[in-house]
Ligand binder design. Sequence first.
Ligand code: TMP
Ligand code: ASP
Length: 255
Amino acid sequence: MNRRRRIYEGKAKILYEGPEPGTLVQHFKDDATAFNKKKHAIVDGKGVLNNRISEYVFERLNEIGVPTHFIRRLNMREQLIREVEIIPLEVVVRNIAAGSLSKRLGIDEGTPLPRSIIEFYYKNDELDDPLVAEEHITAFGWAGPQEIDDIMSLALRINDFLSGLFLGIGIRLVDFKMEFGRQYENDMVRIILADEISPDSCRLWDIETSDRMDKDRFRRDMGGLIEAYTEVARRLGIMIGQEQERPGGPVLVKH
Ligand code: TMP
Ligand code: ASP
């Protein structure tokens, strides 16, 4: 069982060698971290919820033709993914001011933005993932101009689709973070969505109450993280326990 080769261990996930060349197993841990690991806790059951929620989101994206690394879920904590060369950028799309944008520019949290804004952060723990411009990305060779264009059009498409998906279940997609990778196939390279999309990497606010249904509950010591993630899963129509099985898909929230 533990013979698998560990390829990489991050803050919330582990990557193992996959069963076939070009595949990996992505394992979701229960670790919750914030502020580059300055804050850390084990939250029982978080990995299971994120595995399911991210599976659901990536499957829907695959269905509309967004290329992703997701192949299939293997068990409660693991999914089979395509191996990619990760582009060292955290790509954030924002629809409503919150978090670091509010702080940096002095815009009240909750202020709708004039249009969706894409930001790039350089993935580097020692530097605390600094905000960077396209100029830095191309000058330092982290990605080429065409790759940046591909990433931006995928990011906006994903944002439009997920904003609608969450709106249908009474949740506002305030902002979220994505990572992309290069997939090499024969002599072709393409950019595909990698990593995860879950309440760890999104800001999700209840439309009616503005309740936080994401990792800000941990970052800001609000408590109730598992309850919030479970509610996101429930509204998406994902069954976690057998008794909650609901094969009918998302639950439309009327208001
Ligand atoms: P921020 O407002 O702190 O910059 O976060 C923007 C979005 O990115 C928010 O949905 C949380 C997500 N995020 C991550 O997934 N990982 C990170 O390391 C950070 C800083 C933010
Ligand atoms: N994931 C980052 C960390 O572990 C930060 C965050 O999500 O707030 O520190």
